[in-house]
Design a binder for this molecule. Sequence first.
Ligand SMILES: *Cc1c(COP(=O)(O)O)cnc(C)c1O
Length: 440
Amino acid sequence: MTGFDTDQVHAGAEPEGAYGSRITPIYLSAGFVFDDFDHAEARFAGTDPGYVYSRNSNPSFVAVEERLAALEGGIGAILVASGQAALSSGLLGVLKAGDHLLSGPSIYEGTRSLFRQNFARFGIEVEFVENPLDLENWRRKIRPNTRLLFAETIPNPKNDLVDLEALADLAHEHGLPFAVDNTLATPYLLRPIDFGADIVLYSASKLLTGHGASLGGVIIDAGRFDWGAPGSPFDHLTTSANGRGAPSYVEKYGAAAQLEFTREVVVSRLGPTPSPFNAFLLQQGLETLSLRLRQHVANALTLATWLESRPEVESVDYSGLESSPYRELSRKYLPRGAGSVFAFTLRGGVDAARHVVDSVDLFSRMTHIGDVRSLILHPATTTHRALAQEERDRAGIRDGLLRLSVGTEDVADLIADLEQAFDSLGAADASARVAAGAHS
Ligand SMILES: *Cc1c(COP(=O)(O)O)cnc(C)c1O
């Protein structure tokens, strides 16, 4: 078995046949030619494994899918157009109207809205577990129609980690699969399948590409969940696939039943197809994943430690810090580094946050994360503005909280950028006091 650094460069890539191109070409073609009448029939019957139409699959996608499955330790992957497409399609491959999904409380706001607005309209009920480190809170909420447990491996921006292995065990105890969004860890920092996850979902728009030039999403299956177990409630996988005597997905694909149902029935019908060009950009990004991540996590730890030492800063939410209440979980699940997206809270509240956001020069003001460039955002007025104040309080999104996505620049330059913003913060405070004094 080869190592991670080798696999991220080589897995899924073969020199191309016609001209010997070393890099997987960008197969920008909607469809693929059939040699003759019988060939077309064989392609549709699946007895000839070649390509038909790019909404179903494309060689540019497969090269990336094989690489990601190898890095993640899964049996296969499906590339889709965005992270939201991976969340929606990946979970709709399991869930149907009348089902109940149990989710950790700290999740990406786009996913929370998907659950609350879209899944609700499909008749899928989603419940959020409070205090997710207390397993009893999960156990108590599991119902006869619960079909899936879901959590994020590194929740953003608070880094409030969950105990993945315990959740996987609890799900399996109840005959349920466990799905995770591993966007902020990537398989370099954490392979959730090693801790029992059954489905791993990604926004590939973030750290997997790193360059911030394209969107993408990935659904990866561990191939370990027994979808056809006696009494299985997943009848879309255990009953005839067309109702006319065709084999079920479990009969046809075994351990890959869920993945292939998601590919054939959900993704190719709902149509969240990526561009082959974006697949190529993702493949390029993956080749440097571990190299980038090593710099990301080193920079993030240095910056978090520096922030913690500053008088302007009330708290830093980074699970790599010894002061973090999640440090033990971080040691277990993220031994290579605690990620590169975290929050800190300024004592000066929203005014201080506004000043720092407007004063930085090297950090980009963006709602993106996982880029090689460092980014800054004020969640309370942007990503989390739709939450009721009470929900925002519960999530710890305070008025002085800023989120950083730490890039791969020289960390001294990142510190210098924040330092000049903090230093002028004092000056801004002083002049505000003078102005206030002048008016009183
Ligand atoms: C960005 C993100 C998503 C959504 O991904 P897109 O590619 O923007 O659609 C989902 N989950 C997490 C954790 C994310 O950071």
